[in-house]
Design a protein around this ligand. Structure first.
Ligand code: GCU
Length: 669
């Protein structure tokens, strides 16, 4: 089979043929033959990726040799040498040992940098590091850069870089907008779909190393032997791409599938059930990652029913996993009871337990305190839970940002969160310094294009790149993705870059300007419904969040309101608390602002709100117009597919404007 055209988007950013560059003609002068030193499943993946990529990026006949560590000494040195750092240092005395990269890291050197002449060396600290090094090198080729003097040492900032799939066992995906699940439970374990390999390649190519296969609202059946055998078949594929498999588990499992009458985490029979079940998991999947748990949240069972705490629940599971090196990832998305403001609940629930969790427990916290809104201030638990591992949870799926339809590039949002200064240890205490892991809710499904449109993979790509190195700029990442997906025509690249870089602020403007939040339609969360004021829970109503009245708009979370500001460290709390210093981008999150309050633009709140909704619509329209200018530069099928989505986005932006502006203005009369 040849993989060249990327009409349907299936090849993602790995359509190497599509990004032949002006430079690629000369890559053949440098890469005449390739040798890979060492033997492992990961290095088999390295070899297959190299053959595939170099055939497109360098030329059809680059010979590829596999060498065992011992035979390597007698072989003449090839022009591209790939392997573990130790093996290469032993083989080539000229290769310096001094800069051994960190775990999962690698070095790439060529020309003068390695003192070994024109050999290009890709050396990983481990086999997975080598794999990441090879993908990094291939990105250099995809970008068309000079490879004559490379000197790169790189390693991931965060050890756990994870995608969470909200996939159900019946094939549906919660908040999924790209078809059904990728995991074919009906035909596993006997038939193992080749798409699992393509998924794992895509993950490895952007440095992601962990996957949770199933929804946090979990069917307990995932832990039956029948399903564990299916999971093993997937894990066996993932392993050779450095990808560790995790499962979401239902805290009520002992009762639901274990024939016990309780799931009390302090009950000896329950403790034993989890130990036995965990041992069974590891007998099938020796490198299994661990359990992700949504407990006592939105109807999921948890320790509260037995008068136990989150720490009791998490620690019981952690004890079962510890002998095997596994982890519990316990979600902080809990807002059942207590407190006068939903935004305060996770902090109130978890802070009292900081210090009680076992070492192999991580608490996974959404980026903001409500729920994946177009923009939220950072969650106050970051930098605050100091004695517990904390993981970030982002959402790639765009549940509240136009789902599978709107083109919204999320890297700028994630960077705003990761770079936010919590002041936990004084100035410079940015969120990224306090993370033991980063996860994101996936946007993948079984559509040919994986993510719902030809543009939606940009966010999967950007997520991986930022987990690896959050200091990369949104623009750098966008450029890489564009070159790898749409080719290197400069007009095309600059036009798409411009569209992407404006898209997030545009979406905020036409949906939730000035940090309005949760004014989407009930249930499916697509489209506006700010007047929604019904339903079983107060904090599922739109009016709860925007609080529009005759006086003004916004949720008062200052010290005269819900005092949520005081969950932040003092300088940050003071900044948010004061209307004069609160950044306008977070204004209506923290303040109930009078309609006639003058903003930095010189306009009243009332006029500014109207102007922002109008600007959002204008931006969406301009994204569409810009795309239209690319008609002669992009293949017809892909051009049309994107155009159709942009028409939907523009129509939706108008709807947001036409519903929200009259609604909010009705209060100001
Ligand atoms: C949101 C989402 C739910 C999901 C929940 C969670 O509320 O709408 O579908 O289950 O988040 O993160 O657990």
């Amino acid at each position: 089979m040849t993989f060249t055209k990327n009409d349907d988007g299936y090849l993602l950013w790995l359509a190497y043929e599509g990004c032949k560059t002006a430079f690629s003609q000369s890559y053949g002068d440098y890469i005449k033959e390739v040798a890979i030193v060492g033997e492992s499943a990961l290095l088999d993946s390295v070899a297959s990726e190299c053959s595939r990529a170099l055939a497109s990026l360098v030329g059809p006949d680059v010979p590829l040799q596999r060498l065992s560590s011992s035979s390597a000494y007698n072989t003449s040195v090839p022009s591209l040498l790939i392997g573990r750092f130790d093996d290469i240092a032993a083989m080539l005395p000229c290769f310096t040992r001094t800069a051994l990269p960190a775990k999962d890291g690698f070095r790439i050197v060529s020309g003068k940098a390695d003192a070994c002449g024109r050999t290009i060396i890709i050396a990983g600290s481990t086999d997975s590091g080598t794999l990441y090094g090879v993908f990094s090198f291939l990105r250099i080729l995809q970008r068309g850069e000079d490879i004559s003097t490379l000197d790169v040492t790189d390693s991931p900032a965060c050890p756990v870089r994870m995608l969470d799939h909200w996939d159900n066992l019946d094939g549906s995906i919660e908040r999924g907008y790209a078809g059904k699940t990728l995991w074919k439970w009906g035909e596993l374990p006997d038939r193992v779909d080749s798409r699992y390999t393509d998924y794992a390649r895509a993950m490895a190519s952007i440095g992601l190393n962990a996957t949770v296969l199933n929804n946090v609202n979990t069917q307990p059946q995932i832990l039956t032997t029948e399903y564990l055998r299916k999971v093993r078949a997937i894990a066996d594929v993932f392993r050779s791409w450095g990808l560790v498999t995790y499962l979401s588990v239902n805290f009520g499992s002992p009762r639901f599938i274990g024939d016990l009458t309780t799931s009390d985490p302090c009950d000896p029979a329950v403790i034993k059930w989890w130990k036995d079940k965990t041992a069974e998991v590891y007998s099938l999947i020796p490198d299994f990652g661990g359990f992700l748990v949504k407990a006592d949240s939105e109807g999921q069972p948890g320790p509260f029913a037995y008068g136990r705490s989150h720490a009791d629940g998490a620690n019981m599971l952690a004890e079962a996993l510890a002998p095997f090196g596994g982890r519990v990832i316990w979600r902080a998305f809990v807002y059942g009871h207590g407190e006068n403001d939903r935004a305060k609940k996770a902090y109130a629930n978890f802070m009292p337990h900081d210090g009680e969790f076992r070492a192999n427990v991580a608490v996974q916290v959404k980026n903001g305190a409500i729920d994946f809104q177009p923009r939220e201030p950072v969650h106050p638990l970051f930098g605050a839970m100091r004695k517990t591992d904390v993981y970030m949870e982002f959402q790639i799926a765009q549940e509240y940002l136009g789902q599978g339809n709107h083109l919204v590039y999320l890297a700028p949002m994630w960077k705003e969160i990761l770079d936010f200064d919590t002041h936990a240890d004084g100035p410079g205490s940015t969120v990224n310094k306090y993370l033991a892991g980063i996860a994101a809710v996936s946007n993948t499904g079984n559509y040919a294009n994986w993510c719902g449109s030809l543009f939606h993979p940009m966010n999967w790509y950007a997520f991986g790149r930022l987990c690896w190195n959050s200091s990369l700029s949104s623009e750098e990442i966008a450029r890489e993705w564009i070159l790898a997906t749409w080719g290197n025509d400069p007009v095309t690249v600059e036009t798409i870059l411009d569209i992407m870089m404006r898209s997030w602020e545009a979406c905020i403007d036409y949906m939730t300007p000035l940090c309005l939040h949760h004014i989407m339609k009930e249930g499916h969360h697509y489209g506006p419904d700010p007047a929604f004021d019904a339903g079983e829970r107060e904090d599922w109503r739109c009016t709860y969040y925007h609080r529009a009245d005759k006086k003004g708009l916004g949720f008062d979370r200052t010290r005269t309101g819900s005092a949520a500001v005081d969950q932040y460290y003092p300088p940050v709390a003071d900044m948010f608390n004061d209307l004069k210093t609160c950044p306008e981008k977070y204004l209506l999150w923290f303040h109930h602002v009078p309609w006639n309050h003058i903003l930095s633009t010189g306009k009243t709140l009332q006029d500014e709100l109207v102007a922002r909704y109008a600007r959002g619509v204008a931006e969406a329209e301009s994204m569409l117009q810009k795309w239209k200018t690319l008609e002669s530069r992009i293949d017809h099928l892909r051009f049309r597919a994107v155009l159709d989505k942009l028409y939907i986005q523009v129509a939706d932006a108008h709807e947001w404007h036409d519903v929200c502006v009259p609604y909010f203005m009705s209060f100001t009369r």
